[in-house]
Design a protein around this ligand. Structure first.
Ligand code: MN3
Length: 238
């Protein structure tokens, strides 16, 4: 039976929680514009990548983190409706061409939207566990072997200081590069085409792996969608 004291404790706790609402609350209460950009549905259920990526992380990552990037991008573009007709990739490829008042917002929130959209597609539980066709050959030529490439990607991902991403990207003449970017920056802004990516923001792994980023990166190798990466690389040659 709940005692009066327990009840009182719960009320006090609830009241102090209320005070913890951050000062941005009033601004956030304004609903974001519904477009021009929208949160794409996850291409599989939240638990599809278990045990490597847990369902709760996927749910929060997609429905809250990615959704917030979309909302903030739409807020930034509200005063520039002409830019909403372009794809987010187009906006990110030429940040210098954007109006200065929204350049940083597009870089951060547009980057967040584009990166996460690609990230969901870059993972799958089933399917090829190695690169295919042209990409398999190009990885052998560039890195020596698939194993050597995996080591290089792991080193890059574990070595990102703070929040950011590790990538396999193709540059001029389809030259493969393992890259890292800070925050929500994308290789698109440097003229590269992303083939696959690892989110190393803590929100991508903290619930399951806490501070053990290397453990998360090792697990991530089991969910890389090599069919999608190989197809993306092949399209560059057409
Ligand atoms: Mn993320």
């Amino acid at each position: 039976m709940t005692s009066r004291r327990q009840l009182l404790g719960a009320i006090v706790a609830a009241a102090s929680l209320g005070k913890a609402v951050p000062p941005t609350h009033a601004a956030q209460a304004q609903p974001a514009p519904q477009g021009p950009f929208a949160l794409p549905p996850l291409p599989y259920p939240y638990d599809a990548l278990e045990p490597y990526i847990d369902a709760q992380t996927m749910q929060i990552h997609h429905s809250r983190h990615h959704a917030a990037y979309v909302d903030n991008l739409n807020r930034a573009l509200a005063q520039h409706p002409e830019l909403g007709k372009r794809s987010v990739e187009e906006l990110l490829r030429d940040l210098d061409a954007l109006p200065p008042d929204i350049r940083t917002a597009v870089r951060n929130h547009g980057g967040g939207h584009a990166n996460h959209t690609l990230f969901w597609q870059a993972m799958s539980k089933d399917g090829a566990r190695r690169p295919l066709g042209e990409l398999a050959k190009a990885i052998d030529v560039r890195f020596g072997s698939f194993g050597a490439f995996q080591e290089q990607l792991t080193r890059a991902a574990t070595g990102v200081f703070g929040s950011g991403w590790a990538w396999l990207a193709a540059g001029q003449n389809r030259q493969l590069e393992v890259m890292t970017t800070p925050n929500q920056d994308t290789p698109l802004s440097a003229g590269h085409t992303p083939l696959l990516l690892i989110d190393v923001w803590e929100h991508a792994y903290y619930l399951k792996h806490q501070n053990r980023r290397a453990e998360y990166v090792t697990a991530f190798h089991n969910v890389i969608n090599w069919e999608a990466a190989s197809e993306r690389f092949s399209r560059l040659g057409r």
